[in-house]
Design a protein around this ligand. Sequence first.
Ligand code: WTA
Length: 655
Amino acid sequence: MARQKEAVLPEEQIFYPPERFARQANVKSREIYAKAQASPELFWALQAERLDWFRKWDKVLEWDPPFARWFVNAKLNACYNCVDRHLKTWRRNKAALIFEGEPGDTRVLTYWDLYREVGRLASALRKLGVEKGDRVAIYLPMIPELPIAMLACARIGAPHLVVFGGFSAEALRDRINDAGAKVLITADGGWRRGKIVPLLRNARLALEEAPSVEKVVVVKRIGQELELDPQRECWYHELVAEESPCSPEEVDSEDMLFLLYTSGTTGKPKGIVHTTGGYLVGVTATLHMTFDLKEEDVYWCTADCGWITGHSYLVYGPLANGATVLLYEGAPDWPRPDRFWQIIDRYGVTIFYTAPTAIRAFMRWGEQWLDGYDLSSLRLLGTVGEPINPEAWLWFYQYVGRGKCPIVDTWWQTETGMHIIAALPGITPLKPGSATVPLPGLKVDVVDKEGNPLPPGEEGLLVIKEPWPAMMRTVYGDEERYVKEYWGRFPGKWYYFSGDGARKDSHHYFWILGRVDDVINVAGHRLSTMELESALVEHPAVAEAAVIGKAHEIKGQAVVAFVTLKDEVFAEIKSGKRSWQAMEEELKAHVTAKIGAIARPDAVYFTAELPKTRSGKIMRRLLRAIAEGKVLGDVSTLANPEVIAELKRRYGDQE
Ligand code: WTA
C-alpha cells in the first residue's frame, strides 16, 4: 500500500492505490490516457454515451478559438438525464437525495419523489411565465428544494443562477440585475449554527432595486409567522400543490444551462456561462472516473450549491450518474465538532468530498471527535478549493480514511466546470499536496509569461491548451472579457489561462501554487481584492483601501484591509470623538453587509498612506509581506518608502 521511507518529507511520500481498491476501480488501466490523447474527440464522444440524447450530434466539437461548441446540434435535457431516465430502471425507488437539516430533521427522496417534486415546480414556474431562456435566481439554504429548483429550471430550459445563501442583499441584487432574472426562489430562512439566516429579508431588500424580478417563490423552512406580499410573493408549497410534472423541454446542446457568478480581478463579479451538452458530459464522466462512483455508493459532497462544486458534483454529476447523494444543511461544528463523523456513520457514507479548510479545522478540533464513530463505510476521499498542505492530507488519510481510502485532490474552477487535474484513484499513485496529473483527454501545462512550456521544477502559469467539454462558453453579457481575460494572455496562442501559478515535478505531477492575480482564496472561496476594496471605499469614512490575503492556518488566506481614512474622520478619532476600534468594527460590518460574512476582514489596519509605485500603483505585495511579517524584498520602486517603515512599526509583527 503505502511506501513510507524514513525521514522523507510528507510531500515526497508516494501512496499507491490500495490493492483492494484498484481491483474494483472503474478505471483499471493507464491505457485510458493514451486512448484519450490519440483522439480527444472520440474519447468525449464515447463519454457522451453515458447520457440520453433526444438527438445525437452532427459533430463532437467546433473549435473557433476561443469559442467552442460541443456536441453540435445535439438535443437533450439535463433534468431528464438526472431524473426521468432513472425511472425506467430499478433506480426509480433508489434514494436520490438523503437530507439532514441542521436541527436534525431528515428527509429521503427517491428518484421517483425527485421526479414529482422537480416536475411540479417546473410546471408551476411555467405558469408564472418563465419561458425557455428566462433566467431564474435561486437563493436558498442547503435543503432539498435547492437541487429541486435547479433541476426544475433545467427541465424548462430556464438558466438558473444560484446565489450562495451567505451572500448579502447587495450581492444578491447585483447578480440578479446582471442576469436580468425574472423569478427568484428563496426561503423564509435557513439554519446556520443554530441561528436563522434571514434569506427572505435579504431578498426583499435586494428586490427594492432589482426591477426584472416579477415573482418570488418562498420555501417555508423556518416556519415563522410571516405575511407574504400577495402581488409578488407566493409560498412554494401552495404554488406546487395542484401541479403535476410537465414534460422536459428539448434544448440544444449549446443552450445555456446555468450562470454562476464568481470573483475576478475587477470589482464586479462575472457571470460564468455554462451550456448543457458538453457540461453534462464533462461532469458525468469525470465523476465516474475520479470518484470511482458505483451504484451502491452513498456520496457526500459538503460544498454548498452556491458554488460550482455544488453544481457539478452535488447535483448534475451525481444525479446524472444515478447516485445516492447526501445533502446536509448546516455547519460542521454544530452542535459539536463531530457532526460530520456522525453523519458519515449514520448514513454509511462511502465517498466524502470536502475542502482543505474544513480538514484543517477538524485537525485543530482534534481527532478525539472521531472517537466512537464507525467510519468504515468510507472508501474514497476527495478535496477541492485550494492546495491541500501535506500535513492536512496525511491527517485526512490517517484519521478519516484509516489508511485505506485514496484521496483524490481535484484541481478545477468555476470556469472549467469539471475536474481538470485529479487522480484516477485505482491507478494513480498519490503525493500529498499534489493534485497529480491532468485527466484523460485534457492538455494542461505550466508555461512562462510568453506561453512557452517550462521544464519540471520551474514555477510558471497554469494553462489548458485544448478545449474541453465543460468549459465556460463566455462571461454573461461581456464576451470581450471572456476573450481577453481567459484566452488573450499569450498573443498568438489560444491557451486558456487559469489565473493560477503551478509547477510540475520530475514525475510530471502538478503542484498548484495559488492565484497569481488579484484574487484571494479564503476558506476555499474566491474573493476579488478589487471587489473588497470597492466595498470599503464606499464607506463614507474611507479615502482609500487596499486588501490582501494573509496566510491563515485554517482558512488558507484571511482578508486583511489597509485603510486610509478621510481627514475629517481621522481628526474625529484624534480628538476622541470616535475610536480606532469602533472604526475597525464598523468597516468589518460594512464589508459583511456589502458582500457577505465570507468577505469579513480579519483585521483592518489604518495607515496615513498606502505604499505606491511612482506610477501610483498600490504595492499589495509589500502589504502582504508586512502583514505576514516577511522580508519585504525590493522596495526601490516605491514613491513613498517612509510609509513602509511606519506600517512595519505598527502592524509588522502582529499575528
Ligand atoms: C483554487 C472551485 C489547488 C485555484 C472548484 C482555482 C485549487 C480556484 C484546487 C477556483 C486544488 C481549486 N488545488 N487549488 N485542488 N481546487 N483551487 O472557481 O486557485 O471556486 O483557480 O472553483 O480555487 O475556485 P472556484
